[in-house]
Design a protein around this ligand. Structure first.
Ligand code: ZN
Length: 133
């Protein structure tokens, strides 16, 4: 794990939340992207070296919708930047962490990603992400 790559926040309305975070961070959203496999729309903001990802459901059975129903808006996941996602997945698996996918999958913002179950990490969903080469 090299650093926190971004922090993901689940929101009901990405336009409204985007406007709030643009004001908060005094910067503009630099990218809005839909991740079809997850049925989510994402918006990214950069503040200094730090990135925030806002996540909105695009269908009723989106994982974000389930999250919002259970917990409401708020912190959804912390993403760590990794150099070699497959090696890191292997390492975490051997340490007993529950991975939510067997293989790295396509994530937003040109990344390969894998999620670690919150049950394995004191209640926080963890995302591993590696830059696509
Ligand atoms: Zn993320």
């Amino acid at each position: 794990m090299r650093k926190i790559e971004h922090i993901g926040i689940a929101v009901k309305d990405i336009k409204a939340a985007g406007a709030i975070y643009e004001k908060l961070l005094n910067t503009q959203i630099y990218k809005v992207e839909e991740v079809e496999s997850e049925a989510v729309r994402t918006a990214f903001l950069q503040s200094g070296p730090n990135k925030i990802e806002l996540l909105e459901a695009v269908s009723p059975d989106s994982i974000i919708n389930h999250f919002l129903e259970k917990r409401g808006e708020g912190l959804h996941h912390i993403a760590f930047d990794v150099e070699d996602i497959e090696a890191e997945m292997q390492r975490l698996k051997s340490e007993g962490f529950i991975l939510l996918n067997d293989k790295p999958k396509e994530g937003a913002d040109n990344k390969l990603v894998c999620f670690v179950h919150p049950r394995s990490a004191s209640g926080v969903l963890i995302e591993l992400c590696q830059d696509k080469k």
